[in-house]
Design a protein around this ligand. Structure first.
Ligand SMILES: *[C@@H]1O[C@H](CO)[C@@H](O)[C@H](O)[C@H]1NC(C)=O
Ligand SMILES: *[C@@H]1O[C@H](CO)[C@@H](O)[C@H](O)[C@H]1NC(C)=O
Ligand SMILES: *[C@@H]1O[C@H](CO)[C@@H](O)[C@H](O)[C@H]1NC(C)=O
Length: 558
């Protein structure tokens, strides 16, 4: 392919399939971050660092790509969570790695101490090169910390699904238990590189860890014979985790078996030492993982639905103070949000017909409050032709309704969920639904909305919420759930994170693409995660038709 030769530093893989434009032909790059000699900001313990990655493509606004985990009490953290970004070789992609000392559970970082940042372009972070740079640390300029970025092209889209448990681990804590977790390391030229860290199982010498998945590339560069080191630790809150034991293996041997954790210090000291416990790998299955682009190219459609907040708190649309006031230039924040997100999403829909709803208004002819009415007042066919059609329907609808209240999200979420549920009956990856809710943020039915989102998390749908105006959006951050999984009032947990919230005011002076990039950043991952959980391949994928049982060789042998 001629495209592959135009990239100087990295090949374009997977190779572009027919019909896709060069601009969409990207390479995925995995970035691993570690730091050294960070500043100690906390009074009674060490800093708790976390790294945020921001990206800026083609001179637009910075937006957040993601965050690592917070490493407790550590000035030289190695972050286990990696950033995966698309490498567009024809664009300048500027990156900013910001390190914060996390004091506070809030998503907002302004109440956490800033430890420094590293600014570079993705082109500068070549694959397999560790990027070392001093960190200009406010408020202590002149002091240096080191931020290392390691970039690797993801050539191998296979992942390993693991299930692991352990027996008879050593007691490390005073009261006769341990809080065990595992770390998996890949061997590189100079040592071992962290590939995965499991969660901590509290007070248990026979733990079962939750199933986890690790890209084959991170674990062994796709080489089944490459050494893998597994370390088992007892977690301590102060960060000084105690080593329980270690074993070395490789992918071939991991597929079987049980491994003795050996603690070499203890082995030297203690006569008759056997081991410090046994880790058994219950499942270690290599599967091919499809990307968002694989699904789109394989025929998956993104169905886009818009829902607009017509509650009284927006203000009288005839007055310029109102969020629904359309300026003489034809602008308001609702219209701007519809345009910027819709223009990107409509490329992923073939028929480009988009249902659009309003909520929280009194509507003719009865003037009852409705929490879900079609903008075109046609319940049998709420579809609008293109994003232009949605905009027209909104403009026609606005003067015909009375803004009222309360602000209920759940009816419109439940409505879309029932449509997404119908789509699941075909058992193909042919439709994924995206609901855009634009709101001034003062939600009334929080409990019902949490339940509706938890239910929707099991369906092929995602929700984007854009908050317009100056309201307090704390409730929206809770729905976003970046802080942890969302729960329904019943305690039921969301199956996956499907909500992305962004306040419009952050993008007021930014180019139009910036808002869309930010709200859509998590969507590809959400589409992939849904179809992956459902074990659905792209509908028209030639590979999956050739090898339907690639991921389960033993099943096909029967
Ligand atoms: C945590 O955040 C709250 C609210 O922003 C703030 O009042 C409090 O001082 C913060 N705590 C710390 C330790 O920074
Ligand atoms: C190997 O991994 C270690 C730990 O992450 C890292 O410090 C080192 O730079 C890596 N070596 C190479 C050659 O990339
Ligand atoms: C979703 O979109 C596809 C193609 O754009 C269309 O054929 C299908 O009817 C839509 N489904 C729903 C439920 O709107």
């Amino acid at each position: 392919s001629p495209l592959q030769t135009t990239s100087p530093s990295m090949g374009c893989s997977p190779p572009c399939k027919g019909g896709i434009m060069a601009a969409q032909c990207v390479t995925k790059v995995e970035l691993t971050v570690s730091c050294e000699s960070l500043l100690d900001m906390d009074l009674f313990s060490k800093s708790d660092p976390m790294c945020v990655l921001l990206i800026n493509t083609a001179g637009s606004q910075w937006y957040e790509v993601g965050r690592t985990e917070t490493v407790k009490n550590c000035l030289s953290p190695k972050f286990a969570k990696k950033f995966i970004i698309d490498y567009y070789f024809e664009l300048v992609q500027r990156l900013k790695f910001q390190i914060y000392d996390i004091d506070n559970k809030t998503v907002d970082l302004s109440d956490d101490d800033f430890l420094g940042e590293l600014d570079c372009t993705l082109g500068q972070v070549r694959p397999h090169v560790t990027h070392v740079k001093t960190c200009d640390r406010r408020p202590y300029p002149g002091k240096v910390a080191v931020v290392r970025i390691r970039a690797e092209e993801i050539k191998d889209s296979r992942v390993v699904n693991f299930e692991a448990e352990a027996r008879k681990l050593d007691k490390k804590d005073f009261f006769g238990k341990s809080d065990p977790f595992l770390e998996f390391y890949k061997q590189n030229e100079t040592g071992w590189q962290l590939a995965h860290r499991t969660e901590v199982v509290k007070r248990n010498l026979n733990p079962t860890w939750r199933p986890f998945r690790v890209p084959l590339q991170s674990l062994c560069d796709g080489d089944m014979d490459k050494p893998i080191k597994v370390e088992c630790y007892d977690h301590n809150n102060d960060g000084s985790h105690d080593l329980i034991g270690i074993f070395e293996t490789n992918m071939k041997r991991l597929q079987e078996a049980e491994f003795e954790c050996i603690n070499s210090q203890k082995k030297q000291k203690k006569k008759g030492y056997k081991n410090s416990g046994v880790v058994s790998v219950k499942m270690c299955q290599v599967v091919k993982e499809y990307t968002f682009l694989d699904y789109i190219m394989g025929g998956c459609q993104i169905n886009f639905t818009v829902a607009i907040d017509f509650t009284g708190s927006n203000g009288d649309p005839n007055t310029p103070q109102s969020l629904h006031y359309i300026s003489p230039q034809g602008y308001n924040e609702y219209l701007s949000a519809i345009w910027s997100v819709g223009m990107v999403i409509q490329d992923y829909s073939s028929h480009k017909m988009f249902p659009a709803f309003g909520f929280g208004a009194q509507i003719p002819p009865t003037w009852q409050v409705s929490h879900q009415f079609p903008l075109n007042f046609n319940p049998a066919n709420p579809f609008c032709p293109g994003i232009q059609g949605v905009v027209e329907a909104y403009k026609v609808c606005l003067p015909q309704v009375k803004l009222y209240g309360p602000t209920n999200f759940s009816p419109v979420i439940n409505h879309l969920a029932s449509i997404a549920l119908q789509a699941t009956q075909q058992r193909t990856a042919s439709q994924y639904h995206v609901l855009l809710i634009i709101t001034d943020g003062v939600i009334t039915d929080m409990d019902q909305t949490c339940s509706a989102i938890v239910n929707a998390s099991r369906l092929p749908m995602s929700i984007i919420i854009i908050g317009v105006g100056r309201a307090d959006f704390t409730a929206m951050d809770i729905l976003d759930g970046d802080d942890g999984r969302l729960r329904a009032p019943t305690g039921e947990m969301a199956a996956r994170d499907i909500v992305q919230f962004v306040p419009f005011r952050k993008f007021q002076n930014a180019p139009r693409e910036a808002l869309a990039q930010s709200v859509l950043a998590e969507l590809p991952g959400q589409v992939e995660s849904y179809f992956r959980i459902q074990k659905l391949n792209p509908p028209n994928d030639p590979e999956s038709q050739l090898q339907p049982n690639e991921s389960q060789p033993s099943a096909s042998a029967q």
